[in-house]
Structure formats: C-alpha cells, structure tokens
Design a protein around this ligand. Structure first.
Ligand SMILES: NC(=O)c1ccc[n+]([C@@H]2O[C@H](COP(=O)([O-])OP(=O)(O)OC[C@H]3O[C@@H](n4cnc5c(N)ncnc54)[C@H](OP(=O)(O)O)[C@@H]3O)[C@@H](O)[C@H]2O)c1
Length: 402
C-alpha cells in the first residue's frame, strides 16, 4: 500500500495504491462513499468494482488519481492498469479525497540515493509499492526512478521539508550519516512525533553497543527516538561488505590492502541482507527491537584479502598501516576530522576484537542464513579489475613494477 504524489500539468496529482489487506480495501470503499454527496454514490463505488468481478475487499491493487481535465477533476480506481471505475468530481471533493487518502501513505525512505536506501527502495518497488523517497536532488531521483516513486524534495537538516514529506506517513526509514547523525536523528524524531508517524526504522550501527566510532552518534540518535516515545526498530549493522570496495584502488595499484585492524576480525554483512531486514522492519514485524546484523563469519582483513585474491586468481597481501598514514588517506577521501576520528576508532575496535561477534539476527528475521563474503566478492569482482582485465591476468604485478 502506498501513496504517490506527483505534479502533472503543474497541479497536485496524487495516486493511491491499496495493496492486499482487506481492511485497507474496505477503508478505500469508505473513503469513496464519503464523496457521494459530491459525485459518487455508494453503489457506484462498490458496483463499479464488483461489476467487473472484483469486490472492493478482494481487489488487490486499487489506485486513485486526480487529473485536470478542462476544469473537471476525474477520479478513478483501477486494478493494475485496468480502469474499473471512473467518476467526475469537483476539484474540492477530489482534494478532500486525496487528503483523506494521504493517511494510507506507508513508507518514507530517507537516503534512497545511497547504498542501503537504494536497495530498500528497489525491494518496495519489486513488490508493487510506490514508496515516497526523501531526496536532496529531485532530478536525480526522477532520473533514477521516473514516476515509480513519490518524490519529496528536502534535506534532513531542514525540519520543515521533512515535516511536509512525512504528511500522513505511517513508517519512516531513517538513514542519517556522518558526524550529524545524532542531531539529524533527534530533529527527525521531533518531526515524526509531531506528524503522528507510527513507526521509525532507523539504520543504526552495531558499534552503538560498544560506544565506538559512529556508534556513539547512533546511540544518541536512538536515544532521541526512544525519548520521543516513538515506536521504533533499530537495525544495527556491522561493517558492510561493500566497504571492501575502498580496497579496490590499492589492489589494482599494488595488490595490497592496508589497515589498522591487526588480527582483529569483523563479520562483514552483505548490504542486501541489511536491506532485506530493513524491509521486514518496515513491515512492522520487529517493533521495539534492536536488530544487530552481521554476516555469517568473522574475518580478519588479511583473511578477507586472501578470499579476494583467490576469487581474482592473483596473490594479494595484507599489510599493517600506520595511523598517521591512514588518517591522511581518510582525509584525502573527503572525510571531516570528526569522521576520521570515528573511522580510526572503529579500526581500533576491530583490532581489539570488540566487533568480532557473529549475530544470528539475519537468520532469525529472514528465515535463511546471511549471505557470505565469498558471494559478495564474486558479485563484485569487476570492481577490483582494471578495464579490460580478467581474473588471473596478473595485472597487479605489472602495476606494482611501475
Ligand atoms: N558503511 C558501513 O559499514 C556501515 C555499517 C553500519 C552502519 N552504517 C550506517 O549506514 C548509514 C549509511 O548508509 P549508506 O552507506 O547506505 O549511505 P550512503 O550510501 O552514504 O548514502 C547516504 C544517503 O543519505 C543522503 N543524505 C545525506 N545527507 C543528507 C541530508 N542532509 N538530507 C537528506 N539526505 C541526505 C544521501 O543523499 P545524496 O544523494 O543527496 O547525497 C544518500 O542518499 C550511516 O548511518 C552509517 O553510519 C554504515
């Protein structure tokens, strides 16, 4: 179930898709019946649908759209692409209907143009929903999803834009990043409480339980959400397997991975598992829970490097890095001083063995084992090869000799 808002001919156009649950479909019937004083009768509402063999309660997917047509708004229900019911309404009644229907908005996804948020959106789209996405750049979102999503432009640092985007939203997927995590979470929590948002699913970090790295900020963000009395689920992820993409340059250039992590291990988690668990959380199955997510196996960076080397069929080596060089590298990648400190703190946490614990949560939530690192590597081999190179080509030695 989702609600889509989009501009058309410069006018507000909203579309409601009601998916599955009988209760929601009955609500939809009620909504339309409330409009009968304007244009639609109760029998029209039910008859229009049932005449074609679909009871309102059984209709799997209904849509409600307002279009401008020579000063008259036409409102229609449809099942998938088939129009099954159509009536003209006055602009005022259409607007009222739309307002009422806005309570059926299901999910607002923040961070949708990023790693995890993008995967969450793809999953919602794949099951027929049209999520609302909160983006800083509407054109970027439009280019990526066209009108398959409802685009709400704004910035998490601008509470009024989030307030508008949360209008009628049932569940907020909250993804905040970098050193502003705690403040942005607190501000979003204020807005969500005032907007009557039923449930906040926050992408958090497993480091929150250890008080290291970005986990310190995430813990404060979680606390702010709890303190506002919001129903919540905290998806506390360990390091994403996709962080290994940062190794690609060193691997392509010299066949080397360097880190501060020593022999410490980390059970990297596959981003798809983080997204799958986030979807389960958005569906309301884990209200009030903290979901610590890891992959199936803790690996040291040296072990992860050798998995990569085996998949690429080349010899790679892991070497310890010194802290000053690592700090400089992180700064050169554009990280702020606070973020550099946080990332260094995580590396020390790994080296000290504080982040090595494998959690059973992915299996418990999804009913299947978590994806392993070997799978992620095979899905992403191309990222570690230079253009035109194939695994086993020994390009790394060639590059090293430069
Ligand atoms: N990487 C890890 O190993 C790891 C592990 C555990 C937890 N986490 C947590 O996961 C989160 C990062 O997830 P990710 O990797 O999916 O993020 P990401 O790929 O870096 O994407 C960040 C997203 O947030 C959006 N965004 C940034 N600032 C914004 C603002 N002020 N207002 C609105 N949108 C904003 C970005 O939009 P634009 O397109 O406009 O930039 C983008 O869509 C962080 O909270 C991090 O602490 C990460």
């Amino acid at each position: 179930m989702a609600l889509v808002q989009r501009g058309q001919d410069g006018l507000l156009v909203r579309e409601v898709l009601v998916d599955g649950a009988d209760a929601h479909a009955r609500d939809l019937g009620d909504v339309i019946r409330r409009q009968r004083g304007d244009a639609v009768s109760s029998s029209d509402t039910h008859g229009g649908v049932e005449d074609r063999g679909h009871s309102v309660a059984r209709a799997a997917l209904l849509g409600l759209t307002c279009h401008k047509s020579e000063q008259v708004y036409i409102i229609f229900l449809r099942q998938r692409q088939n129009v099954v019911f159509k009536r003209e309404l006055t602009p005022a009644s259409c607007a009222r209907t739309v307002l009422f229907m806005s309570k059926f908005i299901k999910n607002l996804i923040t961070g949708p143009t990023g790693n995890i948020g993008g995967l969450v959106v793809e999953r919602l789209l794949a099951r027929g929903e049209r999520p609302r996405v909160f983006v800083r750049d509407a054109d970027k979102a439009k280019a990526r999803w066209g009108d398959r999503v409802d685009i709400a432009a704004g910035d998490l640092g601008d509470a009024s834009s989030l307030r508008a985007a949360l209008e009628g939203v049932d569940t907020l997927f909250l993804l905040t990043s970098h050193e502003h995590i705690a403040e942005l979470d607190a501000s979003a929590a204020d807005v969500a409480r005032d907007a009557g948002t039923r449930h906040v699913v926050k992408l958090s970090s497993i480091d929150a339980s250890e008080g290291i790295g970005t986990g310190v900020w995430h813990a404060r963000g979680e606390e702010a959400i709890r303190a506002r009395g919001l129903q919540h689920t905290f998806v506390r992820s360990t390091g994403f397997m996709s962080n290994v993409l940062y190794w690609a340059h060193g691997i392509r250039a010299a066949g080397v991975v360097r880190s501060l992590t020593g022999d410490g291990k980390v059970p990297f988690v596959h981003p798809h598992d983080v997204a799958d668990v986030s979807i389960a959380a958005l569906d309301g199955k884990h209200m009030g829970e903290i979901l610590p997510l890891t992959g199936p196996q803790a690996l040291s960076y040296a072990e992860a490097t050798s998995v990569l080397g085996a998949a690429l069929n080349v010899t790679l080596r892991w070497e310890p890095e010194d802290e000053a060089t690592m700090r400089e590298k992180l700064r050169s990648w554009g990280h702020s001083p606070a973020m550099v400190d946080a990332l260094i703190s995580v590396d020390h946490g790994i080296a000290a063995g504080r982040l090595a614990r494998v959690e059973p949560t992915v299996h418990r939530v999804l009913g299947r084992p978590p994806r392993d690192f070997q799978s992620w590597v095979h899905e992403n081999l191309a990222a570690f090869l230079q253009a035109g190179m194939r695994a086993g080509d020994e390009p790394l030695r060639r590059s090293t000799s430069k």
